[in-house]
Design a protein around this ligand. Structure first.
Ligand code: DC
Length: 230
């Protein structure tokens, strides 16, 4: 039987990490795990409880209740994993701009990161996973056999995000989405705990000018090299 590896894909928001990760997982029969969805689900929970508002965050309540937030991924009819928050499917509820902001804020809290990293490491014990996020190659799986750091220009990422939101019927302006992308980049790179950075041994891929097919080819080649090297 072929040995399985862990693939860690990190990078800025809206640069296509989940598209790359989902595609690869599908092509090689691995499980795809969207770690950002876990931070988003925690944020949604905190917003519903009133622990996160526009101008305030009740850190004490969040930190003391983080262990009561149950997250799990369940495969849907098309074979992709969807996230459940305390038994409720929140896969589409977590994709709004408001929840994006909440996730970016809640992900700065050490107790939240500690708990989610623990759960993520648990999901990888048998390998055979592709996980995307911000700290997967640096903190969650520092020994991952394949690490990718994906990037694209802020304008291109804002356009991609805007197309996604418009498709879902959310009315947004390019200016707001671009500002949101830049704000999240800043927070992701400057938070004290596990800031976004490229692991030394990660392969840097800028997909600003790549087609999906080109990207798919690049990641598949890297994957095959790493499996062959085992
Ligand atoms: O990838 P995303 O946009 O769904 O992530 C939502 C937020 O969660 C984003 O602001 C960064 C944060 N995040 C994180 O801090 N660590 C991860 N491993 C994944 C996401």
């Amino acid at each position: 039987m072929t040995k399985k590896i862990i693939v860690a894909i990190d990078g800025f928001s809206s640069c296509g990490k989940s598209t790359m990760a989902k595609q690869l997982a599908h092509d090689v029969g691995y499980i795809y795990i969207d770690s950002g969805a876990m931070y988003r689900a925690v944020a949604l929970h905190c917003m519903r409880q009133g622990w996160i508002t526009n101008d305030d965050m009740d850190v004490e309540s969040i930190e003391s209740h983080i262990h009561t937030v149950q997250l799990k991924f369940v495969l849907n009819d098309t074979g992709y994993a969807e996230i459940y928050l305390n038994g409720e499917n929140v896969e589409s509820a977590i994709r709004s701009l408001e929840v994006s902001n909440g996730a970016s804020r809640v992900s700065t809290l050490p107790a939240v990161r500690k708990e989610l990293v623990r759960q993520q490491q648990q999901m990888g014990v048998e390998k055979g996973i592709v996980m995307d996020g911000r700290d997967i190659g640096t903190v969650v799986f520092p020994d991952a056999e394949l690490k990718v750091f994906l990037t694209a220009s802020p304008e291109i990422r804002a356009q991609r995000r805007m197309d996604e939101l418009l498709q879902k019927g959310e009315q947004v302006s390019f200016k707001d989405v671009l500002a949101n992308v830049k704000e999240r980049d800043y927070r992701d790179q400057n938070r004290k705990v596990s800031p976004l950075r490229k692991a030394e041994d990660a392969v840097l891929i800028d997909n600003s000018l790549m087609t999906l097919r080109e990207q798919q080819k690049v990641i598949m080649e890297l994957f095959e090299q790493r499996v062959a090297a085992l």
